[in-house]
Design a protein around this ligand. Structure first.
Ligand SMILES: [Zn+2]
Ligand SMILES: [Zn+2]
Length: 109
């Protein structure tokens, strides 16, 4: 059985990563969803190395009509890339760019 990695980015209980930064919505939520920061073909690597972040449903799902604020929205927004760049910068505080690129094969910075 595969053990699920914990996020390497500490967050307060009930805190949505985007709500906390945008200061536009209530910061604290009962229901949060784990978002794989580098999704698509890097989904399993995100899982393995703990590149996960908690998001509220509003900021996570793109399946709600007209929800342009969601990371997975089909409408173009910059939140997904913003989180990718932020996470790489955080990771590189304690690791090298080479170590990052060994995991994900590219750099977002
Ligand atoms: Zn949120
Ligand atoms: Zn997600």
């Amino acid at each position: 059985m595969k053990k699920r990695a914990r996020s390497i980015f500490p967050q307060a209980d009930g805190e949505c990563f985007l709500c906390a930064r945008l200061e536009r919505y209530p910061r604290y939520h009962k229901h949060l969803e784990a978002h794989h920061i580098y999704y698509g073909c890097n989904h399993s690597q995100s899982d393995r190395y703990g590149f996960l972040i908690n998001l509220c449903a509003h900021h996570h799902r793109g399946d709600q009509m007209g929800n342009k604020d969601a990371v997975h929205s089909e409408d173009k927004n910059d939140y997904g890339d913003y989180i990718k760049r932020w996470a790489q910068a955080e990771y590189e505080k304690t690791h090298t760019r080479e170590e990052f690129m060994e995991i994900f094969g590219r750099s977002w910075l």
